[in-house]
Design a binder for this molecule. Sequence first.
Ligand code: 5RP
Length: 228
Amino acid sequence: MVNVKETVGRLAADYVEDGMVVGLGTGSTAYWFVDEIGKRVQSGQLANIICVPTSRQTAQQAEQLGIPLVTLDEVAAIDVLVDGADETTTDFMGIKGGGGALLHEKIVADNARKIIWIVGEDKVVDTLGKFPLPVEIIQFGSWNLFRKFEAAGLRPSFRKKGPDSLFITDSGNYIIDLHLEEIPAPQQIAHDLIHTVGVVEHGLFLGYADVVLAGKEDGTVVRYEREQ
Ligand code: 5RP
């Protein structure tokens, strides 16, 4: 059986050239990209790259593979960032943050010259919103913010780590997932969320990706590429 995540993850490594500064995404698909980068570093094919991880989880994996890591502040820009996504349209509107790393992923994306998303074809949708929209929020006053979201009909739920504990992000924040089902006007909700006090960032990544590699169960990959 084809492992779709592995197929697109390894394929995305072809966008990386030796000497580049590379952004390493987070999640079960990005895992395979990082694994492939590790192999190419070890073989000497990518002996001179430096990488910026988007989460502690990815940093740990990369360290174990001997991939040279730096922080975002140590580089002027990222040449190429490869990351997963939870949903994407073919015009590069997406939701990220299912793995809880949306804030660092967006900051790294904001500093990247080229962004490749690696997904299974089931994540390519016409309208965003079936996947709950993650919103990273400050802990202080979070229940009041939750109630505001509820009153606005946004159907919030706190992201949990276990039955009795809330998920905490790499920056020490909570995540509220909004169960919207459909987001017909993503720009509007993105605007409203980012202007809500207590919200740090939201998982709408609108117009960030340059390329989407969508893997199919038959082992083929559909490539959506933004016109330059
Ligand atoms: C983490 C993310 C991930 O990229 C997204 O959730 C996709 O993950 P996966 O490849 O495991 O489905 O945004 O914050």
